[in-house]
Design a protein around this ligand. Structure first.
Ligand code: SF4
Length: 228
């Protein structure tokens, strides 16, 4: 089997299995750029369940820039306290809401413009465009995408910078996979190819995986860390 056939088989098997796995937090905000931007920013360095909790808290109070600006810092703090670095993210929520409101309620549609916002780095910008606008110029790279890409032999093991991992993946993956790759890898990384103890013995793509860099495998009873 050549590499493109191998990649296609990996994608198809994981896509099929993912239908039965819990959705990612960001998937709830498809086609909703403002919510996608806030959720992506809050998700940084945070477990998915904590992001989900904070999102529900915050969007129950306000789900658009104008209403969010009416909230006090104390209200925002109480809502997003489950996420990491919430002290900074309170300021980022307010900055994002102010900028989007000043822009007529429209979230920017380029990575460069989004990265001018406080708390918005490359990953958050790409994720916002993918989820909020369905834009696919890049592949969102997080810890799952990087780790699994290396184990599957799609990314050089020494590559660390997310934009470089994105470029390497884009060389390998068909364009139609780009908007879905991050969500699939998040789900696959939570369920099977876990950070510390990947479930290689029962993995649905074991026969297609060189297991590059894997030093120990599951099963293991505790739950590995799961980040958006
Ligand atoms: S075989 Fe192991 S390393 Fe490869 S994708 Fe499956 S769980 Fe991950």
């Amino acid at each position: 089997m050549d590499d493109s056939a191998r990649i296609r088989e990996i994608y198809e098997r994981i896509s099929e299995a993912a239908k039965n796995w819990p959705p990612t937090t960001l998937s709830y905000y498809k086609g909703q750029p403002f919510k996608a931007l806030i959720a992506a920013m809050l998700s940084a360095q945070t477990r998915e369940e904590q992001t989900f909790l904070a999102m529900n808290n915050l969007f129950a109070l306000a789900d658009n820039p104008d209403d969010m600006l009416k909230l006090t810092d104390e209200q925002i703090t109480e809502a997003i306290r489950p996420v990491m670095y919430w002290e900074n993210k309170v300021k980022y929520v307010r900055d994002i809401a102010q900028r989007v409101a000043a822009n007529g309620g429209v979230v920017p549609q380029t990575v460069d413009e989004l990265m001018e916002y406080k708390g918005v780095g490359w990953k958050v910008a790409v994720l916002t465009l993918a989820v909020g606008y369905g834009r696919t110029e890049d592949i969102t790279v997080d810890v799952h995408v990087g780790r699994i890409g290396k184990r599957l032999g799609l990314v050089n093991p020494d590559t660390k910078q997310p934009p470089k991992i994105n470029e390497e993946l884009k060389q390998k993956l068909p364009r139609e996979y780009w908007p879905h790759w991050n969500g699939l890898m998040v789900q696959f990384g939570r369920e099977v190819c876990k950070p510390t103890y990947p479930q290689c013995a029962t993995c649905l793509v074991r026969d297609l995986c060189p297991q590059i860099g894997v030093v120990q495998t599951g099963p293991r009873s505790f739950k590995d860390a799961a980040y958006v």
